[in-house]
Design a protein around this ligand. Sequence first.
Ligand code: PMP
Length: 318
Amino acid sequence: MLDYAINAMPGVVDDITHTIGNTPLIRLSKFAARHNVDATLLAKVEFFNPAGSIKDRPAMAMLTALMESAAFNEKTEIIEASSGNNGVACAWLCAIYGIKLTVCIPEHMSIERQKLIRHYGAQVVTTPKDLGTKGAIERAAALIEQNPNAVGLSQFSNYANPNAHAQSTAQELLRDTNGHIDIVVAGVGTGGTLTGLATSMRAHIPHLEVVAVEPASCPVLSKGHGGVHNIQGLSSGHVPDVLDVSQINQIITVEDDEAIAYAQQIARVEGLAVGISSGAALFAAAQLAQQPSNKGKNIVVILADGAERYFSTPLFAD
Ligand code: PMP
């Protein structure tokens, strides 16, 4: 008979939230060879999170902060604006904690996101494409105004969002590389990922170069104006409160079709089926790796979600 102690089940977690984070960091050797570069490209693959994206970490942090606050009681409902992945992560967590959730999402965000949010039992309110993420934020605010039990998590202004990345994503990167990182590349939606990584990693790596990626057709950070784009999850059309722009060393803009082409290529070259914003980040990382001054450097690129959230989009066009 096996001599296991009663109650000692070291491989069991209490619920699925305990599986957030500790995502793999994968060396992209074949992608680097394809682009003839002499830098080390390392991909932090966030589709390994339980609800499928980078937003699981901040959603957990924001929800925990709310549940621990005096404002929270058993009648509390959440109404949140999202380009989708935050909505999916919140819907997943609200299912676990039994909280009523409404997600306001621009109508052109993929149907896969909307279906997943409903699948977890939350409500979806779609807002017009031409109003962008701002339209979703304003609708959420209006709905909260009408409902005395409703609160928002407000990912664009909630500092629990970047703090989640400072406390988990950044620590994992430092641990997994022994701090040997020269450049970090991340797409900017709320800016939570970029701000959290930059503030926390710079304390250990003073020479760290932080590169923001944004859509060429919505260049809020680089040119100061918005626009409609198809890199879902990036640029909301405004500079979010939680984005610390002073942390950004360089901004790289990426066209929608370049992002799609790189997301398709990485699936075929490295077996990584990632989403469109990951393709944008990879495009930027390849550009950086090709610069002679970056020869031999270690470049970390954040891949925010997986391709299966985009079956209905041009990522899967024949
Ligand atoms: N890529 C995708 C697909 C996303 O959903 C998000 C989150 N909006 C991001 C990148 C950017 O993340 P952050 O909000 O931390 O800037």
